[in-house]
Design a protein around this ligand. Structure first.
Ligand code: ARG
Length: 332
């Protein structure tokens, strides 16, 4: 964190020197910097929009406004910050909220990568991404004085987007695992997930043990999810099952409906949503695994991780997170 602070100070100082050297008249220096971040964010959002909604509203309005907001006066936006920069280092470590705008990929914007195929955590409602994660992230952004932008990409691509610094964080009903901890840092956990098994009514699979004891089943999963990882390790690698990986959980469920797979292993809340949409499917009582959901950050990005964590803990403590969860899941 201190290193990042020092690097920031050095960068700011260089920017200030450069703008002084060019007598503030050189617009290309400023717009170059602005388009640099703009280019990154359009990279991030280019992967999205693929899914259902025709217009990727959550990404596009912010994406179109954000490249424009900095260019207004790039040199000027650098100068108010550069003088205090040298003195702001100690302040930074004490107060996470104030500098939040400057610890994100794009100043003032909190870019969250998700995979909006996962009701009730994130899903498209018309031209908007809604759900528990979307609303909790919105509340975090508000606390930090940032504007939330959501990029909808393949679940598979979220961790790479985070580690490459194309986005600030990954929030996608993402389970904390030891493997993922090798590549990202996680926030405090804000929800619990359970991997469950969906079958057709009357299926020979009646609990998790049948997958091992009877064996030979075709299992559908969403690619790169923990449902994929666990069944791959536990069953496929042991020659006990065949795993078919789909881009979306809904595709795996469709494969179950049409008889291409024998069951689907997926998180319990999306499972309930998918079963509600497809008569003839049931969720087995038995649990495949119980896990924690958290927000993923680039390794070592402690400034942002800590700022988000403070906000998230407050939102958990004051009941905001519970209120959002209840709105989507209800008491059942
Ligand atoms: N909890 C599971 C995991 O972390 C599945 C998450 C899938 N999320 C999504 N938005 N599609 O692997």
């Amino acid at each position: 964190m201190r290193k990042i602070g020092k690097v920031l100070v050095i960068v700011l100082a260089l920017v200030m020197l450069a703008s002084v050297a060019f007598a503030c008249g050189d617009e290309t220096a400023g717009s170059g910097a602005a388009s640099g971040s703009g280019g990154q964010s359009s990279d991030g959002s280019s992967g999205n929009q693929s899914p259902p909604a025709a217009s990727a509203a959550p990404a596009s309005p912010a994406a179109s406004s954000s490249p424009q907001s900095p260019p207004a006066s790039p040199a000027a936006s650098g100068s108010p910050q550069s003088p205090p920069a040298s003195t702001s280092v100690p302040a930074q470590s004490a107060e996470p909220a104030a500098p939040a705008a400057d610890i994100t990929v794009e100043s003032g914007v909190l870019i969250m990568a998700t995979n909006a195929e996962f009701p009730p955590y994130e899903f498209w409602e018309g031209s908007k991404i809604v759900g528990i994660d979307a609303e909790v992230a919105e509340a975090i952004a508000t606390k930090l004085g940032l504007t939330l932008r959501i990029d909808d990409i393949d679940f598979d691509a979220i961790i790479a987007a985070v580690t490459a610094g194309r986005v600030d964080m990954g929030m996608a009903g993402m389970t904390v695992t030891e493997e993922r901890k090798q590549s990202v840092d996680f926030s405090t956990s804000y929800a619990m997930g359970v991997q469950v098994i969906i079958v057709k009514e009357g299926s020979p699979i009646t609990d998790v043990d049948d997958l091992f004891d009877i064996g030979g089943f075709d299992i559908g999963v969403q690619e790169a999810t923990t449902g994929d990882l666990y069944t791959t390790w536990d069953l496929e690698d042991e020659g006990l099952a065949t795993i078919t990986r789909y881009r979306r959980g809904a595709d795996a469920v469709q494969a179950l409906v049409t008889g291409r797979v024998d069951c689907v292993v997926i998180d319990n809340e999306p499972a309930k949503a998918f079963v509600a949409m497809n008569p003839g499917l049931v969720i087995l009582e038995t649990e495949y695994a119980v896990e924690d959901y958290a927000i993923a950050f680039a390794k070592g990005n402690t400034a942002l991780r800590d700022a988000v964590d403070v906000a998230l803990r407050e939102l958990i403590a004051d009941g905001t997170v519970k209120k959002i969860v209840d709105k989507y899941i209800g008491a059942d």
